[in-house]
Design a protein around this ligand. Structure first.
Ligand code: NIG
Ligand code: FE
Length: 417
């Protein structure tokens, strides 16, 4: 048993847990001042104000949180954090003014990561991803979705998904896996896109499903990548195997990806830099979570998605990091909060709920994660002493996540170098 006392503010404390929060509700952040939080066997048992703090049995671990806040851990619903090596050379090339096409011609882009991944052993891949995960844990992330998509052939896609499975089994993070065979057209299928989609549906997907290696299926439905027709075929095939969609849509153009995702019951549609009235109207009556990735827009110097218009129209928004070597080499969700506030005019209250509760929904775990509620998994973090919750996105490079608790256990800090 673990009792945290004297919490300055308990953030996103829900008496009645919601599956998501939308529209004007996003600016209303349920909090409790001068609070306690009781955790038992990895689960949130109780919370309330200090005057109602329980008497606990001897041997209970006690944490005095005076001056500190307790947040639900971040739920990062879109990452590609299993990859080999890095791509900082492309980064320099981009700064020198090379276009995406020129970089791709020099062997850069997703296909560069595909080559590096092909030559990395499963163990190497696992160890590289583990280092990234350990960093994320210290940054306050408690749940993460991880995609395949740098394999682009059957053996290498399965290799990536096995690495994700091993991370699920060996780390304290809650992990969901997504099969993203349709991330790019591999070199061997250049000019034969439909044949690649056939391979994905007829060869890769049955093996992914047989190995129970994925929870969701993803398609990069955008200009120059996979078409609406490809996306429909892949989402339909995924549903046959019980894998709902979580798709990349409308990053590069008004691709109809959002409409296609909604039509096929996708759990989330992600990126959405190109979102207009038609897309908003389509999302409004749906159960699909619009998931925004401001880290990618920041890193690539692109326009940001219209978060303000979306929330003002009544939509929910989830925020995720898109952690990947090409467009967002960072999984720091606190920085994502800052970007959402500064660049997309989201209020701190909206950003915090988007990065926790709505993120949990976007990865299918909002029943158990994403807020402080009795019966939910005890994934929380204590901040350093802070004046207010707005200070989190405001102090945008200060390390404010102090003590991390996952599944009710305090995670020891890695030694500082
Ligand atoms: O989500 N948009 C497509 N895929 C990734 C980029 C992956 C890469 O460049 O390695 C993204 O931004
Ligand atoms: Fe992505």
């Amino acid at each position: 048993m673990l009792l945290i006392t004297n919490i300055k503010k308990l953030i996103l404390a829900e008496e009645k847990p919601r599956k998501w929060v939308a529209g004007a509700g996003m600016a209303v952040l349920p909090c409790m001042d001068d609070a306690f939080l009781l955790i038992d066997e990895g689960i949130i048992k109780n919370f309330g104000t200090m005057d109602k703090a329980p008497i606990v049995p001897a041997g209970t671990t006690m944490i005095d949180a005076t001056g500190r806040m307790v947040f639900p851990s971040f739920c990062d619903a879109h990452t590609h954090l299993v990859y080999a090596g890095s791509r900082e050379i492309e980064y320099s090339d981009k700064i020198r003014g090379l276009s995406y096409e020129e970089i791709a011609r020099r062997g850069g882009g997703i296909l560069n990561s595909t080559k590096q991944l092909h030559h990395a052993s499963e163990e190497e891949l696992y160890l590289q991803a583990l280092t990234r995960i350990n960093e994320l844990i210290e940054l306050g992330t408690g749940a993460v979705e991880i995609k395949s998509g740098y394999g682009l052939n059957t053996a290498d896609e399965l290799k990536m998904l096995r690495v994700i499975k091993k991370l699920k089994e060996t780390t304290p993070l809650t992990i969901r896996a997504t099969f993203l065979g349709a991330h790019a057209i591999p070199e061997a299928y250049k000019g034969r896109q439909t044949a690649y989609v056939d391979l994905l549906i007829n060869e890769m997907l049955p093996q992914v499903a047989a190995g129970k290696l994925a929870d969701y299926i993803d398609v990069f439905c955008d200009k120059g990548f996979f078409t609406v027709e490809d996306t429909k075929r892949i989402l339909t095939a995924g549903l046959k195997y019980g894998l709902p969609g979580k798709i990349h849509a409308n990053e590069l153009a008004f691709s109809q990806g959002i409409q296609t995702g909604v039509k096929y019951g996708a759990l989330s549609v992600d990126h959405l830099e190109f979102t207009g009235e038609e897309e908003i109207a389509c999302l409004l009556p749906s159960e699909t979570m619009p998931t925004l990735l401001p880290g990618a827009a920041f890193f690539l110097g692109m326009n940001y998605p219209p978060a303000r218009a979306m929330i003002d129209a009544g939509l929910p928004i989830a925020l995720a990091s898109d952690y990947n070597p090409g467009s967002s080499p960072s999984g720091d969700m606190k920085f994502v909060l800052s970007l959402a506030c500064i660049k997309m005019k989201m209020l701190p209250e909206e950003a915090i709920q988007a990065a926790t509760l709505n993120g949990a929904y976007a990865m299918g775990i909002s029943d158990t994660h994403g807020s402080i509620a009795c019966g939910k998994t005890a994934n929380v973090f204590l901040t350093k002493p802070v004046p207010s919750y707005e200070f989190m996105p405001y102090a945008y490079t200060t390390k404010l996540v102090d003590k991390v608790i996952l599944n009710g256990a305090v995670i020891p800090r890695s030694p500082q170098i």
